[in-house]
Design a protein around this ligand. Structure first.
Ligand code: ATP
Ligand code: MG
Length: 275
């Protein structure tokens, strides 16, 4: 017969000692991290430097970093990848996806709990994902939860207890709003850019194994060149190609649904993005 203590015991076994939910991290890095550009390596490296800073610095027991960039540019996955690579014993994600239907107070208490749990571990990473959604920012009437905002601002900067060190990785697709709301005190700010070059796009297509051979892939890239996708340089804001890795991967999946016309579907979908 299974009693309550067996059940609680089983739950303990599901959750590792301090609290790293590998499944949770894995779920947001579902499609892996594709190194399509040197910026990806640079972001991961900057992340690991911050991790080392937290691990070794006596002076800064809490370090917080903001990852910002357009929707779908890969912020959540990168934050999770940096967190995972730290191998810290406590890693937790605060994400609006886990807070659907919660009221303001419930949210604040869930957020507060993650931070107070983190203080039980000598080294921790807390990912505060998608701040504008956590505070329920709405451009209609510029409304948001000030209480959740205040809680986040306090907790991400609060000194942990003695001998406890914490890295906070926050993400947002709307940095200007955060700045307007006064949420701008981060030790580091890193931009996660969209993909804007054909070589990077080709690299992703290759990694995703969309085409069986090199020839088909090159044909597809040629079609995009002919359509003018390589017109502007990488950091030119008017670059024709502007696509988040998340969207690109979903277009790739859509394109491979049928064996025929893969390149055409890919190119058409990319052209339709173009404004
Ligand atoms: P949103 O703005 O909707 O919150 P996001 O910027 O957080 O989106 P992610 O949810 O992180 O984007 O989606 C990125 C997806 O792309 C993930 O499935 C991830 O596994 C995959 N991916 C592949 N390569 C990379 C990379 N170099 N960087 C980030 N994500 C990558
Ligand atoms: Mg995200």
């Amino acid at each position: 017969r299974v009693n309550r203590s067996d059940f609680m015991h089983a739950l303990d076994e599901v959750h590792p000692a301090f609290g790293v939910s590998e499944e949770e991290l894995q779920a947001v890095i579902q499609n892996g991290i594709i190194r399509y550009d040197s910026t990806v390596d640079e972001l991961l490296r900057s992340g690991s430097l911050l991790v080392e800073q937290v691990r070794t610095s006596k002076k800064a027991p809490v370090v917080n970093v903001l990852l910002h960039g357009p929707p779908g540019s890969g912020k959540t996955a990168l934050a999770a990848a940096i967190a995972q690579a730290s191998q810290f014993p406590f890693i937790k994600l605060i994400t609006p996806d886990n807070m659907v239907g919660m009221g303001e107070l419930q949210k604040i208490s869930a957020i507060t709990k993650v931070f107070s749990d983190s203080y039980k571990s000598p080294l921790s990473v807390v990912v505060v994902d998608n701040i504008e959604r956590l505070i329920e920012w709405s451009p209609m009437g510029a409304r948001y939860s000030n209480a959740v905002l205040q809680a986040l601002m306090v907790l991400t900067n609060k000194l942990p207890p003695k001998d406890r060190r914490l890295l906070v990785i926050a993400t947002t697709s709307n940095r200007p709003i955060l700045t307007d709301l006064g949420f701008s005190e981060f030790n580091a700010v890193m931009r996660v850019p969209p993909i804007t070059s054909l070589p990077a796009l080709e690299y992703v297509i290759q990694e995703a194994e969309l085409f069986p051979g090199d020839e088909d892939r090159r044909d597809a890239i040629r079609m995009l060149k002919d359509a003018g996708f390589d017109k502007k340089s990488r950091d030119d804001p008017t670059s024709r190609l502007q696509i988040g890795i998340k969207k690109l991967l979903s277009i790739i999946e859509m394109s491979r649904q049928e064996p025929d016309g893969v390149a055409e579907r890919l190119v058409t979908a990319l052209m339709e993005l173009d404004l």
